[in-house]
Every structure is written in structure tokens, then in C-alpha cells.
Design a protein around this ligand. Structure first.
Ligand code: GTP
Ligand code: SPV
Ligand code: MN
Length: 578
């Protein structure tokens, strides 16, 4: 069934009729050429070359600023295999529809053929993709986010396998926008958007939707997780994989500057968005970061909240939909400086502080991972890093405590599978409503989530020493709507407790919902936090959980017979205890 690369490119050429076809080699010269073309045609603006060398601003079409979940489809041959967590079309219908859209769509344009690898060069866990696109912005972004060129062609020679992805900007009209996956054939077609996860096909389309489907067949996991190393005072590093929904703190946690550095606790970044998790010959869980760059949320990122991210993006970066200062520097809400006079908003018009934000809430920076000042020396290890803890978290203003530990693997899978999250600007739609977002994978799981839960349950049995599983929430608020926990660099204190638990230490009380730290087991030294706030943020809210469990029951019911018995039992036991 595997198609070959050259004939596929030929087919795409015949379908889309580009003026010319250009194979990308991933070189610096090629990147510069892409940038120059875009500076000339206005796709990019050059930023201040002294303070932001080799940095550019891109303004996307105002109707194209986030992932379009309603227009994203997973096309398995049986509708049930996609599950109610996905939009579905029959594969043949989808292909017909996409062919109509793509027919002749590249007339007068250059077609870029981008061979790329997801994962470190030479890793047994890495996979090859090819993206065909008519967007120079996508081609340049793929240079930063993936490993492009001969490294991919070489691996293709060895594996004889690649994931084909065809992308076109089309005319950017939302009526003619569609993102289609055919997981059984590992195909991706994306039409009509130039934005992030809709258009950089290596990221959410391949590394999560197609890869999660492949992973289940092949015995591994593709997850929406950051990977970090936590170094303790004796210099040992413990690695954790952490799943949060979009725009909910993965990049910030992965790049955190520890507020306990004086005690010898520090963070190493391995990845900030996606983890591929494999079980090695010894039964140890190992994680690689399939990406080579960061596509990070700009708003809220400042020298105070995340200096590592600020340093990572100060050169060789592309900014999308941020505001522009008269000094030609990027700016956004939460930048840490007041908005300067003469600021241009993300659409390029004079910002007049009339209630609209200057930067788009989902504005982003695209930066090479190797520029991160705390990038782990092991971030490109072909074997990946060993994972000792898995953490699930999301935005919840109430009910969910700062941290809790699951009783065991199955209960941990239940914590992930039942997770509710407040929606963010990373996807189009209403912001701030609670929806269930299992494992932070609702928009990214390439098959029926009932089956996905079952696969997670069985995965734990194959591990010699399964990682401990935790649930965190940095976003709980008090009666006045203020965050109870300061977050960012202070989150190290929660990671320290998690590390203690991994090492068989750290005090906890057993509650109905899991083990919760005693207030004295969270290191608050040097921290300005009222003891009442700590008590409240850690508290188990029984009446909140009574509502929560009803939501979970309702959510789980959609999976019918595909919901694993073990999760039915978990939810029934929780309900009866409440
Ligand atoms: P995606 O790239 O969309 O997958 O997002 P992400 O999960 O990497 O989220 P990111 O770290 O970019 O954070 C998103 C927003 O949450 C930013 O505006 C941050 O400033 C804010 N944020 C991150 N961590 C914390 C925290 O600990 N506390 C609070 N209050 N806000 C945070
Ligand atoms: C997310 O939405 O989870 C992102 C940004 O990381 S995007 O690449 O648009 O998916
Ligand atoms: Mn993400």
C-alpha cells in the first residue's frame, strides 16, 4: 500500500499544476532565499536587525489565525473507528472533495516539496514525511520546526516509508478550507489555511493524528506532551512527560526558570509540544521530541514569566500576528513593558487601546529548539530520555487541586481520560468554556477515543516499571477570580513534590480523587504565599467533584461499548464514594 515518493509528487504536480516545482534541501542558503522572496512580496516584514537579528513578522489573513477543528476530519473506512471525538467523512468522498479543491490550485505558484524527519537523525523512533505546499511561509517554518532535506531522503532510502502531506493556501476562504487525514493510508490533505497546526503538516496532522493511529498498530504512543528533565541538587536528572491542552502552559513549563535554583533544582528542556513514547528492550518508557523547533504562544511571555523563551526567540525567529512597535520590535499583551506610542496591532493598523488586544491572543513565535538556553544535552539522543512520571493538567478555575497523584496506572489513565479543560484561543470557537479534553488529545487523536483509552490501559501492562501518573492545575482561582497559585517558575515546587513521590518520599493524604500533598510537603521556602491560599489550592472540593463526576459519566457514555470496563469501574467507584 506504501506509495513511492517521486510518483506521488508527480501526481500532485499533475493535479495542482504549479508553475514550477522546487525540492527543498534544508540548507541555510535556501532558508535565506525563502525569506528574501517573502520580504519582497510583503509576506514578511523585517524586524529590528540589532535587537532581533534575522527575525521577521508575518501577518496572517484575519480569518486564519488558529486551528480550525470544525474543518478537520479523520477519514477511517468505518465511521466508528474515527469515533465521536473526530469529524468523519468516508475516505473516497474525502479524496473526491480534496481533488476538486486542489485541481489547478497552484497555477502561477511555486510548489515546494519538503522532505522532513520527525525525530532526531538516526533514531529508531524517527519517521519521514514529505509536505508539498505552495506557501513559502510554510516552507520556512518547516525549516525551523523539523529536520529538512537529505537527512529525510536518506532515512526514506532505508525505511522505504514516508507520510505524504499535500497543502495549499488555496484562496484562504473559510468556505473552501478543509484538513483531511486518512490514517489507514497515512495521507494528509490540507487546503485553504496557512496557519500553524492547519498548515505545518509535520506537527499536529502527522506527529499526532496520523502518528497516534500508527502508534497503536506498532505499540507506541504519540502524545500532546512536553518533555522536561528535572535536575536535583546531586545532579541527577529525572524526566517527565506532561500533557496540557493547547495554550495551557506546556512551553512555559518546559522552559521554566526554577525558583528553587538556589536549592539546586533546575529544568532541562527536551520538547515543548509533542512526545513520541516507546518502550525499550528493558521495558523502560522512553520519549523523543519529534520536532526541531518551538511554535510558542506569544501573549503572556515576558522576561519575568519566561526569560528562557524570550532568549530563545531573540534571533532567527518568525513571529506571527504579534503587534509591532515603532522600533520594529515585536510586542504583545503580557510582554512586560507598557504598550509604546505608535504601536501597530496584529493586522498592521494603529492600535488605539479601544478594548481589542494589540497582538492576536493566539499570536506565536517560531524558533529553533537548539537556541533554547536550557535545551537538554540529551534532546537529540536517538534513544530518547527515560520517563519516570506522566503528568496531565489543564486550565480549571475551580474544583481541581494544584496537584494529585493517581492510585495506580489504571486510575492515572482515568485521570487523563476524564480531564476537563477550559478552551483557549488556540482553536477557533468560544474561549473559556469547560469541555472534556482527554489526555489533552481531543483535537488530535486519530482514532476512536474509547479504543485509545483501552490502548493506554494495556500500554501500562507492558512497562516494567510504569511511570507514576499525576494531575496538576495551575489555574485554580479564589472567590475574587484571582489565581491562587503564582505559576510559572514557582511550578518547580510542584515538580519537586512529584520527584519526591517518584523517589518514594513526599507526604500525601489519600482522598477519594487520589493522593494530595500535605501542605508541609510542598516546598514554599522563599515564597510569598499565604498559608490559606496553599490550603485552598490543594484542597479536595467534594461538592465540586460531585458535579465533575456527572460530567464525566455524561462524556464517557458517548463511547458506548468502546469504553473500557476498567474506566467504567473507575468512574462508578468514584461516584459511589462521592
Ligand atoms: P500550545 O503551543 O498551544 O500547545 O500551548 P502551550 O500548552 O505550550 O501553552 P503556553 O506555555 O504557551 O502557555 C499559554 C498561556 O498560558 C500563555 O499566555 C502563558 O503565559 C500562560 N501560562 C503558562 N503557564 C502558566 C502558569 O503557570 N500560570 C498561569 N497563570 N498562566 C500560565
Ligand atoms: C496547539 O494548538 O496545540 C499548538 C499550536 O501547539 S498549532 O500548531 O496551531 O497546533
Ligand atoms: Mn500544542
Amino acid at each position: 500500500m506504501q506509495m513511492e515518493m517521486k510518483p506521488w509528487v508527480q501526481q500532485c504536480t499533475e493535479l495542482t499544476k504549479p508553475e514550477r516545482v522546487y525540492w527543498c534541501d534544508g540548507s541555510e542558503g535556501e532558508y535565506n532565499q525563502l525569506i528574501n522572496t517573502m520580504l519582497k512580496d510583503g509576506t514578511l516584514l523585517q524586524l529590528n536587525a540589532t535587537t532581533y537579528p534575522n527575525c521577521y513578522l508575518h501577518r496572517s489573513n484575519p480569518n486564519d489565525v488558529a486551528r480550525a477543528e470544525q474543518l478537520t476530519f479523520v477519514c477511517t473506512s468505518s465511521k466508528d473507528d474515527a469515533g465521536r471525538n473526530n469529524n468523519w467523512m468516508a475516505p473516497d468522498d474525502a479524496k473526491e472533495k480534496m481533488k476538486e479543491l486542489f485541481r489547478d490550485c497552484m497555477r502561477g505558484r511555486t510548489m515546494f516539496v519538503i522532505p522532513y524527519v520527525m525525530g532526531p537523525a538516526g533514531s529508531p523512533y524517527s519517521k519521514v514525511g514529505v509536505e508539498i505546499t505552495d506557501s513559502a511561509y510554510v516552507a520556512a517554518s518547516m525549516h525551523i520546526m523539523t529536520r529538512v532535506g537529505s537527512v529525510a531522503l536518506d532515512q526514506y532510502q532505508r525505511d522505504g516509508e514516508f507520510v505524504p502531506g499535500l497543502h495549499s493556501l488555496g484562496d484562504l476562504s473559510p468556505e473552501r478550507r478543509l484538513i483531511v487525514h486518512v490514517p489507514e493510508e497515512k495521507l494528509i490533505w490540507s487546503f485553504g489555511s496557512g496557519y500553524g497546526g492547519n498548515a505545518l503538516l509535520g506537527k499536529k496532522c502527522f506527529a499526532l493524528r496520523i502518528a497516534s493511529h500508527m502508534a497503536r498498530r506498532e505499540g507506541w504512543l504519540a502524545e500532546h506532551m512536553l518533555i522536561l528533565g528535572l535536575e536535583n541538587p546531586s545532579g541527577n536528572v529525572t524526566y517527565m512527560a506532561v500533557a496540557f491542552p493547547s495554550a495551557s502552559g506546556k512551553t512555559n513549563l518546559a522552559m521554566m526558570v526554577s525558583s528553587l535554583s538556589n536549592e539546586g533544582y533546575k529544568i532541562w528542556t527536551v520538547g515543548d509540544d509533542i512526545a513520541w513514547l516507546n518502550i525499550d528492550a528493558e521495558g523502560q518508557l522512553r520519549a523523543i521530541n519529534p520536532e526541531a523547533g518551538f511554535f510558542g504562544v506569544a501573549p503572556g511571555t515576558s522576561h519575568e514569566t519566561n526569560p528562557v523563551a524570550m532568549h530563545t526567540m531573540e534571533k532567527n525567529s518568525i513571529f506571527t500576528n504579534v503587534a509591532l512597535t515603532p522600533a520594529n520590535e515585536p510586542w504583545w499583551e503580557g510582554f512586560g513593558t507598557p504598550p509604546p506610542a505608535g504601536l501597530l496591532d496584529w493586522q498592521g493598523t494603529r492600535w488605539n487601546n479601544d478594548g481589542k488586544t494589540a497582538a492576536h491572543p493566539n499570536s506565536r513565535f517560531t524558533s529553533p529548539a537548539r537556541q533554547c538556553p536550557i535545551i537538554s544535552p540529551h534532546w537529540e539522543d536517538p534513544q530518547g530520555v527515560p520517563i519516570s512520571a506522566i503528568v496531565f493538567g489543564s486550565r480549571r478555575s475551580d474544583t481541581i487541586p494544584l496537584v494529585s497523584q493517581s492510585f495506580d496506572w489504571n486510575h492515572g489513565v482515568f485521570l487523563g481520560a476524564s480531564m476537563g479543560a477550559e478552551t483557549t484561543a488556540a482553536a477557533t470557537g468560544t474561549v473559556g468554556i469547560v469541555r472534556r479534553d482527554p489526555m489533552a488529545m481531543l483535537p488530535f487523536c486519530g482514532y476512536n477515543m474509547g479504543d485509545y483509552f483501552g490502548y493506554w490501559l494495556s500500554f501500562g501492562k507492558r512497562l516494567k516499571k510504569p511511570p507514576l501518573i499525576f494531575r496538576v492545575n495551575w489555574f485554580r482561582k479564589d472567590r475574587n477570580g484571582k489565581f491562587l497559585w503564582p505559576g510559572y517558575g514557582e511550578n518547580i515546587r510542584v515538580l519537586k513534590w512529584i520527584l519526591d513521590r517518584v523517589r518514594g518520599r513526599g507526604n500525601a493524604v489519600k482522598t477519594t480523587i487520589g493522593y494530595i500533598p500535605t501542605t508541609d510537603s510542598i516546598d514554599t521556602s522563599g515564597m510569598n504565599l499565604a498559608s490559606s491560599a496553599l490550603l485552598e489550592v490543594l484542597s479536595y472540593d467534594r461538592s465540586g467533584w460531585k458535579k465533575e463526576v456527572d460530567e464525566i459519566v455524561k462524556f464517557f457514555s458517548q463511547f458506548d461499548t468502546r469504553l473500557p470496563v476498567a474506566l467504567q469501574e473507575e468512574v462508578a467507584s468514584l461516584k459511589s464514594q462521592l
